[in-house]
Design a protein around this ligand. Sequence first.
Ligand code: CTP
Length: 447
Amino acid sequence: MKKVITYGTYDLLHEGHLNLLRRAKELGDYLIVGVTSDSFDQERGKLNVHNNVLERIQAIKDTGFADEVIIEEHIGQKIDDIQFHQIDVFAIGSDWEGKFDYLKEYCEVVYLPRTEGISSTMLRAGKDRVFKLGIIGSGRIANRFVPEARYVSRVEVVSIYNPDSSEAFEFKQRFGLNESHSDLSEFYKNIDAVYIASPHLTHYEYIKSSLLNGKHVLCEIPLCLKGEEAKEVYELAKSRNLVLLEACKTAFCPAFLHLVRIIKSGIIGDVVDVQASLSKLVDRSMREFNGSEAGGSITELSPLPLMVILKLLGRKIKNVTYYSLFENDVDIFTKGIFTFSGAVASITIGLGVKTEGNLVVSGTKGYLYVPSPWWKTEYFEIRYEDQNNNRKFYYHFAEEGLRYEIQEFISMIAGQRTSTYKMKAEESITIADIIECFRKGENLTRL
Ligand code: CTP
């Protein structure tokens, strides 16, 4: 019996897939179809697949061409599958010409003609409404945002607002956007959603004004500098049925989401200690060192480690203590200690002090270690007393990693979901509360 294998995502199954499967089947007597798992697709950058793996498998079965369906979960699996199933022919569409020649060592490799004029990408584009997004603020992070947004379907960055019209124009030209504005009401006219990447002190007003103009909002960290302000804007968003999301990028990245799930499942026992460090040495001429622009380690850096602590230990903080080194009126280094019932957490952050940026979560059975930079989680280890039980987990964190938060934001808008477990309103409000208390000097010892 001649066995043939082929692989694909097979999203929104179409004529091109059917032709490919028919031709593959004709190459032998028995056809195995490998369907990519949802997490494998995510990992290789396919963030917009419509059908989940079960739906895609069912669609393949319904074609009647497959004698067997398997799931493809990781890179390199094809070699295993070919050997295990004793495959004679590996077949794939001609868009992959040459890419799988390395499999010739194991079986015959055939590139079948691809059907012109149709693809899942095309079908997804036709089905989906594309949301128009405008950016407020054209600084460093906004420059990283536009290229990342291009990896996410259903969103088009069309416009930029900056009170300085020449800066706005320059940004528009750099990225080939449709519009640049220095007048907010004009800016709001042709967009569905806003990404706020302006200086911290302006976030609250821009969030309010965007929501009042009916726009969904993705706002950079820190969302607000006061708990009450954060609460107010979330209530406003809810009352208007609009999405408001804090762009706390780590919270959306696949490896970090898995890390939280693993810890919650009890793999290291009860969590007793969370230590998160993060430092970024910044030139003293930058905004981060300017007290009048709410600079400082806490406002710049704390939302990311605080988000981790709140996710792992909850929001019932019993006691807080800070030790900070100040330069002028800016904390260039802060160690914060937070106690919970049965647990403690600490953040060590600095703009003028460099430290190892790792994350350690200690539990009653073992601990989790994420090397620097944990905020771009790609790899982590679970370690035990008996080292033989240690486990390592690897993932792919794509470039700047902003695409994950953009993807969640757009899928919330499209799915009319105003909340997400990935970054909850309550978590953003608690972070704003913590920042506010620090800025008031509560529980703070100056070093
Ligand atoms: N295929 C084909 N003709 C098409 C589209 C896909 O022959 N018009 C083949 C691919 O070459 C591959 C298989 O179908 O062998 C599964 O491809 P998949 O990536 O799932 O389909 P696409 O429509 O190309 O998906 P996307 O647009 O998401 O890349």
